[in-house]
Ligand binder design. Structure first.
Ligand SMILES: CC(C)(COP(=O)(O)OP(=O)(O)OC[C@H]1O[C@@H](n2cnc3c(N)ncnc32)[C@H](O)[C@@H]1OP(=O)(O)O)[C@@H](O)C(=O)NCCC(=O)NCCS
Length: 147
């Protein structure tokens, strides 16, 4: 999916506000542009009164979609925007032919509550999968949601 520059700007505005730098999870602009150039990556942007509030970035593979990133800017959190973005991502993925939506999550991320309440089940644990910029190792949980 080719993204207009304006949309990349919106995604990057949320990206820079949403991710804690301690974990090094935010993507830079080049990474987002490259992912969207490939053609099997897709995005959704949520706006509140013309202000970018959140986004998802996902990748479709054979009968599977992977949610690569979901983020909501801090000032817009706990209003259901994350849930709504997930709903759209599931519906879009299903339309593309995906049977399940997968995601990887740092095991101590509070986003776990969002996933558990929205039909995701834990299907795997990778010990020491993430390395933070400070050099700490963190486990990763793989979640799946049947579509
Ligand atoms: C995770 C994230 C996308 C959630 O966005 P959001 O718009 O605040 O989520 P919602 O308002 O739709 O939350 C829906 C429900 O999920 C749960 N939930 C969401 N965030 C939560 C949190 N920080 N702590 C506990 N429960 C949470 C709650 O049950 C919430 O319902 P409630 O507000 O009525 O209690 C947002 O916190 C974020 O951008 N975090 C930083 C980026 C990130 O870590 N992304 C995930 C990478 S795997």
């Amino acid at each position: 999916m080719i993204a207009p520059t304006d949309d990349i700007d919106r995604i990057m505005t949320v990206m820079q506000a949403a991710f804690d730098p301690a974990f090094g999870e935010a993507w830079n602009r080049r990474q987002v542009e490259d992912a969207l150039l490939v053609g099997n990556c897709h995005y959704r942007i949520a706006e509140v009164i013309d202000e970018p509030a959140g986004f998802t970035l996902s990748r479709y593979g054979f009968e599977e979609e992977e949610l690569l990133l979901i983020a909501v800017a801090p000032q817009f959190r706990r209003r259901g925007i994350g849930e709504q973005l997930l709903r759209y991502c599931k519906a879009d993925a299903k339309m593309r032919g995906a049977r399940q939506l997968l995601l990887e999550m740092r095991s101590d991320n509070l986003a776990i509550h969002l996933y558990q309440q929205n039909g995701f089940i834990e299907i795997g644990l990778r010990k020491n999968y993430y390395r933070t910029p400070a050099g700490n190792r963190l486990d990763s949980i793989t979640f799946a949601c049947i579509l």
